[in-house]
Design a protein around this ligand. Structure first.
Ligand code: HEC
Length: 189
């Protein structure tokens, strides 16, 4: 009887010793996809808030400031795409464990076209299906997890400005079209 109780005690102790690290591990087990999805949620929210509550409000509702490509010279607001790039450049400087960019198969700025096969595939997938794309790619000696999220023409302003821009390679964007994608890249090694 005494022996049985002791065995039960030991079993409980051993099981709980294992259970604690397993549950901690489960909580810490953030996959690259979960991390990319979380980063994208922040990027997308900031992009929408800036477009709606700063650009749209000041430019279209209160009509006190416009958003211009040459915003410094024109004392105007930076375009939403420029805001995103300035943020991405700061993250790059910090060596934060990931990088991101806003790219397109039909870019106004040629620097925003896909540079790797996977980026191109992801942008094509996003444009065709309107869905996220996930993959792995080897660049140099490193392997990366790369995610591409569709960037949608949510307002007429997106369509109008892009279709009419002097440098645009595409003039038939419509409301709701996928115009490009946010690419998030996380090194796996
Ligand atoms: C007033 C003009 C204007 C508006 C409005 C605008 N864009 Fe752009 N967009 C640009 C310019 C100019 C660039 C290039 C900026 C750069 O990288 O220097 C750009 C860049 C982009 C890019 C990266 C590829 C490229 O074309 O260089 C995407 C994708 C994009 N915009 C989507 C959108 C979406 C979606 C909206 C609406 C939410 C939008 N844009 C609103 C002018 C505009």
């Amino acid at each position: 009887m005494k022996q049985n109780k002791l065995t039960a005690l030991w079993t409980t102790l051993v099981v709980s010793l294992f259970a604690v690290p397993v549950s901690v591990f489960a909580q810490k087990n953030i996959t690259p996809q979960k991390m990319a999805d979380a980063i994208f949620a922040v990027i997308e929210s900031d992009r929408t808030v800036y477009t709606r509550n700063v650009v749209n409000r000041l430019q279209n509702e209160e009509e006190v400031l416009t958003a211009e490509e040459h915003w410094q010279e024109e004392q105007a607001l930076p375009l939403p795409a420029q805001m995103l790039r300035m943020g991405a450049e700061r993250v790059n400087e910090k060596d934060a464990g990931f990088t991101y960019a806003l790219l397109s198969l039909w870019p106004i700025n040629k620097q925003n076209k896909p540079k790797t096969e996977l980026e191109k595939k992801g942008l094509e997938h996003a444009a065709k299906n309107g869905k996220n794309f996930y993959g792995e790619e080897k660049l140099g000696k490193k392997t990366y997890f790369t995610a591409v999220y569709p960037d949608v023409a949510v307002s007429e302003a997106c369509v109008k400005c892009h279709n009419e821009h002097i440098d645009t390679p595409r003039k038939d964007f419509k409301l709701g079209d996928v115009m490009g994608g946010v690419v998030i890249r996380i090194p796996l090694d």
